[in-house]
Design a protein around this ligand. Structure first.
Ligand code: CA
Length: 490
């Protein structure tokens, strides 16, 4: 039925040169599906479309033609664009042919999905079976099970989940050593605020935009301002805590932080369960588009080219399959390079928006991938790809390389808020854990083998000093100086 509605809508829209899906579907995150996928094979229809693309000369032309000529858009997310898939390299000679990885349907997972859909993993002899995870907690539990136990070998993580799973700090004491192999994406996250607090005019710099707002809110409402994340003690909570504290708002006193399951964030903001939440695209853009709230701050505003989520895999898998681990990284690097190209953004959005992957409206993903945001209570449109999700290039060098200086920061921030007492109490402990879990050598080998120019391959473990929007500096050579400089901490 839905396909028919879309088909009619396409027929109506094509004469006006528009290709817009007419049915927008809410996207609750389904239970762990265990979906196993094989590398994409082009159907005869896809080949047909490619011939049409040659005639029409442009991607948009090919999409419109395929729509107008009666092929409904491919909602199952197979190679629906017009760029050719990667060609397999002969004799990959890996220890193992498959790996099971988990993902959460947000933009951080895009390199994994594109690696599968565009054949980049298959090119290097590895079949990546991606399964959507119901939540971050489910991903953690599936990692502990391992693929042999019906779970996963690794996947997409907020930090410091891999370090803390390795130490047993978030797995009821069960230590499952992991290896952080690459950064998946930088930026592309944000703090969304409800329309009910438009009068607060919340921006990245709360000291300037909203002095005294949270105390006034408590007095007026008889309760504290509530701010949510979907998983505690990792990126989302770390960003929102950083934001409050930089604004002079103590997140443990002036507001109430709470955990809300991902599928309930939109509804929760509608019905007042919380006034703000911290999450990844497409959600912050989604609430603005659906007129539920506004984007108070992007994480790119808080810390330009900041570390976001990472690819990490069980250490036993990497130890047993070092060649396959390098093949995985080769496919990932190529997928990240592909995703970063402006001319591939529409095709990426089409693949990711499909029901098989994220099941969210295409225009929301197109906007997010291109760095188009509506920012602030006034809803000011901004387009700046340099402030959107980054997968490969940046003015701080390649995104993908797993700098130990960056993965360490999440452990230092965990010390700041006393997230894991008994596991990370000192900088020496933080460094020791981080040095065990983050590996840069496999990334370097993969980059060389895949032909990344020598100048783009970092040689050390530090990206150097990092500066936040409030002027605070994190010098990885001296994390104690960073901790001491922070006025609000636990
Ligand atoms: Ca994120």
């Amino acid at each position: 039925m839905r396909e028919w509605i879309e088909l009619i809508s396409l027929a109506l829209l094509c004469p006006y040169g528009l290709l817009v899906p007419c049915v927008w579907i809410d996207a609750p995150i389904p239970r762990l599906s265990g979906v196993l996928m094989s590398p994409p094979l082009l159907s005869p229809m896809a080949n047909h479309r490619r011939v049409l693309a040659l005639f029409s000369g442009t991607l948009i032309g090919s999409l419109m033609l395929s729509g107008c000529l009666g092929n409904p858009p491919n909602r199952e997310g197979a190679s629906s664009g017009s760029t050719p898939n990667a060609t397999p390299v002969a004799n990959a000679n890996l220890e193992v042919k498959t790996i099971s990885l988990g993902y959460i349907p947000i933009l951080e997972a895009a390199p994994l999905v594109i690696g599968v859909e565009k054949g980049f993993f298959a090119k290097h002899g590895l079949e990546v079976n991606l399964s959507k995870q119901a939540s971050w907690g489910a991903a953690r539990d599936n990692l502990v099970l391992g693929a042999a136990g019906g779970g996963i070998d690794g996947g997409q993580w907020q930090l410091p989940m891999p370090q803390m799973i390795s130490e047993g700090a978030i797995t009821n004491g069960k230590k499952v050593p992991m290896v952080i192999l690459a950064m998946l994406m930088s930026q592309g996250n944000g703090i969304a605020a409800s329309n009910t607090v438009k009068d607060g005019n919340l921006t990245v710099d709360l000291k300037t935009s909203s002095p005294g707002f949270f105390d006034k809110f408590s007095q007026k409402q008889g309760r504290k301002f509530k701010a949510a994340y979907t998983f505690p003690k990792a990126n989302q909570e770390i960003w929102i805590r950083y934001w409050f504290a930089a604004g002079g708002v103590n997140p443990d006193q002036a507001v109430e932080l709470l955990k809300v399951p991902a599928p309930e964030t939109l509804q929760g903001m509608r019905n007042g369960t919380m006034e703000a939440f911290s999450t990844g695209d497409p959600w912050p853009n989604r609430i603005a588009k659906d007129n539920i709230g506004y984007l108070a701050a992007t994480t790119a505003q808080i810390w330009k080219v900041h570390p976001e989520e990472y690819l990490a895999v069980r250490a036993d898998w990497v130890d047993k399959n070092p060649k396959a681990a390098v093949a995985l990284l080769k496919g990932l690097i190529e997928a990240q390079m592909w995703l970063d190209k402006p001319e591939n953004k529409d095709e990426a959005a089409t693949i990711l928006s499909s029901r098989k992957w994220y099941n969210v409206p295409l225009p929301v993903l197109q906007a997010s991938l291109k760095g188009q945001y509506t920012i602030g209570a006034a809803g000011t449109p901004q387009t700046n790809p340099a402030m959107g999700p980054l997968y490969w290039n940046s003015d701080r060098g390649v995104i993908s390389y797993p700098y130990k200086s960056l993965t360490l920061w999440f452990l230092i921030e965990s010390m700041r808020w006393k997230f894991f007492p008994g596991t990370i109490d000192t900088i020496e402990q933080a460094k020791a854990i981080n040095n065990k879990v983050t590996r840069e050598d496999l990334w370097r080998q993969a980059a060389k083998e895949v032909g990344v120019p020598e100048k783009d391959i970092p040689t050390g473990s530090s990206r150097g000093k990092e500066t936040f929007f409030d002027g605070v500096v994190y010098d990885p050579e001296n994390p104690q100086a960073y901790l001491s400089s922070l006025k609000i901490k636990k």
